[in-house]
Every structure is written in C-alpha cells, then in structure tokens.
Design a protein around this ligand. Structure first.
Ligand code: PMP
Length: 442
C-alpha cells in the first residue's frame, strides 16, 4: 500500500519517472503526450536543459535564503523581468509558492490597503459563480464552485457571487455579445449596490476561465465595463491569471487582450512551468505605496517567499519563452489546434462548444447538442475520459459539470508551447479515439 495520501485514495496511479519534451514516461515505459501541461503548468515541456542548468547552478550556489533576512539575486531579477513586461501600473511582485497562496496574498493585500487608507468598512468580495481560485480556505471561499465549497461551508470570507461571462450558456439567442457583456456588468453593479459600495473591497475574476468552465474568454468589452464599475466605486479589481497567464493565451498576461489592467494580478502555473513550485501576486504602485507609506509592513508571509531556486527556474523559463519567441508560436499553434478541433469535432453530436485562446482550449460535452443539455453528473463522464485518454497515451484535463446543471462536462487542453505541428494531430487523434470509446452514442 502506498503511504502517500493521494488525491484519490483507492486509485492506483502510474508512476511518472521521466519527462521528454511534451511527453511524460511512466515506470512501465508508457509515454503520455501532455496535452494539458498537467493543469496548464508545463509550458516548456519536461526536459528543457536551460531551465535544468539554471536550477542546478542556483542550487549549487545558494538554494534558499529566508526572505525576512535577505533578498536574493534571482528574486530581484525575476521581479524586474515581470514588472518590465507587465502592464503599466504594476510596480512590485510578491512571490509565493503557488496559485492559492497568490490569491490569499492578493486578498490580504487588498484588505490591508483599505485599512491603511482608513476605509475599514471595505471587507466584502464579489467573485463569480462556477469559478475556481484555489483550495486554501480564503481562496476556496472566493471561488464559486459549488462542488468544491459544499462540504467546507460555512467558509470564512464575506463573498458573494455573480454570473460568469460564459456566452455558450449565458448569452440569449437574441442578444449580441455586447448586450450580454453589458447585462453582466449591470449584474455586478446591482450586486455592489445591494451590498453597499462602501463595504466592497474587490471583484475577483479570471480573464479566461480555466478549470471550472474550460477555457472560456469573456465577450468583448465585458472586462472594460467591469473595470469602469470597480473604479467608479473605488473597488479593487483582482485578476486571477494563475492558469491563463504567462503566455498561455498568446500574450504574457491574458488581460492584455481585454485592454484592462488589474490592481492585483495573480500568476503561478506557467511562471515556473512546473520546474519549481512558484506563484506571485503583481501589485499596483498605488497599493504598494499606500502600504509602504502606512505601516510599511505587509502583515503576511510564508517560509518559502521568493525561494531562490524557484525564482531562478522561473526566470530561465520566462527568458526562454521570450528569446525563442514562443508566444508567437502559442498564437500560431493555438489557431492550428482550434482548426483541427473544429474540423474533427465541429459536427460531433456530443461536442457542444469548442473555444479558447492560444494554447488554452476547451471542448464542452453535451448529451444533446441542440438543447445544450449537460450529461448527468452522476455518469462521471470526465473521470472516464481521463482514464481512457491515459490508456491511449494522452493527458487531457476533463472536468465534471456543475451540480446545478449550469455547466456541462468539459475537456481542457493546455499543451506545452514547444509542441510540433505533428503533435497537434496526435492530440486530436487520441482525443477522438478517447471520445469514440467513452461516447458510443456517436
Ligand atoms: N486560480 C486558478 C485560476 C487556478 O486555475 C488554480 C489552480 N487550478 C488556482 C488558482 C490555485 O493554484 P494552486 O493549485 O497552485 O494552489
């Protein structure tokens, strides 16, 4: 019996023993094409020698120094790199070990900002239904995923949820994308009014929704209206780019494509590309200054803030992406993947929607295409797809629909940016074979 407390305690996981480009290899020598980058993590694949060298070099020199005693060269260099490329307005980076921690830091920073401004009444959060912002308690309370929250309720934070921007199911047949975006913006406005604008601290959203909806971008103009509404009421905008950021959608930050800048932006997965665990919260100059000129001390912290080896790895990942112009490749491969998915599954009776940006793509599965009826969640279709795909040598990231039937099962694809064109075909072929086995209704 394994002594590891695994995610699924009774499941026998294959043992991953090696990584080679876009493939993972298990102890039996089976190869898996990593079409989901794990969970949108492995943007450079699994064997980038430059990143490996950077890690070895850093470990050899200085593995770690506690951030309450020292800064380090890789932490400073990574912060400089990010701020030089981040949208104007950001001036500092708070380094953590992953996405949930980045959200926790953002929430506490938002709260401390208002305390230091003398607005202690601002403590409420608004986020969106069917959202995921992490599994620690503050992040879990922020997310609107009923299944993940249910057994831990009541949760700590004062959070309310509005509708996500999810055109496939939310936009009415006779409604333009612009009118749909405006309707959702008004829903946010109404929620702010209901709560009392002077009590609201922040609105939290993913620019392109990953795990809970499956690569769903907002309709044009939605985030601009959200930004205006937040500004009008003095509410901070926290954009969670843990999954969609760091080039995944074809621009370094996904929000660049919306033409908006957040006050706090969280990043993680693609930042270190899985070579080391690292996340970060980008902080606006206004927030940094307010705290610097107030108490001068952020009342937070973890042991591994700015871990030197993790920062060195992330810097090597990001420099490699930039020097090899991989974001152009993400955009090109992304189009290629979308075209292939549409060609193969566009008429599939159980594929209701094919969507996404860059190398961040989603397929939503439905029992009936015309009526967009989700499969009954008790079928656990997503689990069967994951198993069957693994058997076929493919890692994809399927997720179940929501309990309330508002979302169907979907499959998220987020392959490494280094993919070859032929591997796009391999993804689509293996996915096709998987759906063929799992969905005999075809
Ligand atoms: N936010 C988003 C948007 C995510 O997708 C995730 C992870 N799936 C998290 C936060 C939490 O990140 P982590 O698992 O690294 O704590």
């Amino acid at each position: 019996m394994s002594h590891v407390f695994h995610r699924q305690l009774s499941h026998a996981y294959p043992t991953a023993v090696a990584g080679e480009g876009a493939y993972l290899i298990d102890a039996e020598g089976r190869r898996y094409l990593d079409a989901s980058g794990g969970a949108a993590v492995s943007c450079l694949g699994h064997s980038d020698t430059r990143v490996i060298d950077a890690i070895q070099q850093q470990v050899g020199q200085l593995a770690y120094a506690h951030s309450s005693f020292f800064t380090t060269e890789p932490m400073e260099a990574l912060a400089d790199f990010l701020i030089e490329r981040a949208p104007a307005g950001f001036s500092s980076v708070y380094f953590v070990s992953g996405g949930s921690e980045a959200i926790e830091a953002a929430l506490k920073m938002a709260r401390q900002y208002f305390l230091e401004r003398g607005e202690p009444g601002r403590h409420k959060l608004i986020a969106r239904r069917q959202s995921y912002h992490g599994n620690t308690l503050g992040a879990l309370a922020t997310g609107g995923n009923a299944w993940r929250r249910r057994q831990f309720e009541p949760l700590l934070s004062d959070v309310s949820h509005v509708s996500p921007c999810y055109a496939y199911r939310g936009q009415a047949a006779d409604e333009s994308p612009e009118a749909y975006g405006e309707r959702l913006a008004m829903e946010l406005e109404e929620e702010i009014q209901r709560l009392g604008p002077e009590t609201v601290m922040a609105f939290v959203a993913e620019p392109v929704v990953g795990a809970t909806l499956g690569a769903v971008p907002a309709v044009p103009g939605y985030f601009k209206r959200v930004r205006e509404i937040c500004d009008r009421h003095g509410i901070l905008l926290i954009l969670d780019e843990v999954m969609c950021g760091m080039g995944r959608t074809g621009s370094l930050f996904a929000a660049e494509q919306e033409g908006v800048t957040a006050d706090l932006t969280t990043i993680a997965k693609g930042l270190g590309g899985g070579y080391q665990p690292i996340g970060a919260t980008l902080v606006s100059d206004e927030i940094r200054r307010t705290i610097a000129e107030g108490s001068g001390f952020f009342q937070h912290g973890h042991t591994y803030i700015g871990h030197a080896t993790a920062c060195a790895a992330a810097l090597a990942v990001q420099r490699t992406i930039e020097e090899r112009d991989l974001l152009a490749r993400v955009r090109k491969l992304g189009e290629g993947l979308q075209d292939r998915l549409v060609e193969r599954f566009g008429e599939h009776p159980h594929v209701g929607d094919i969507r996404g940006r860059g190398l961040f793509r989603g397929l939503e599965l439905v029992a009936e295409r015309d009526r967009k009826t989700p499969f009954d969640p008790s079928h656990k279709l997503h689990a069967a797809i994951k198993r069957t795909a693994m058997d076929a040598g493919l890692m994809c990231y399927p997720m179940g629909g929501t309990l309330d039937g508002r979302t169907g099962d979907h499959i998220l694809l987020a392959p490494p940016f280094i993919l070859e064109d032929a591997q796009l075909d391999e993804i689509v072929d293996k996915l096709d074979a998987t759906l063929e086995r799992v969905l005999p209704l075809r």
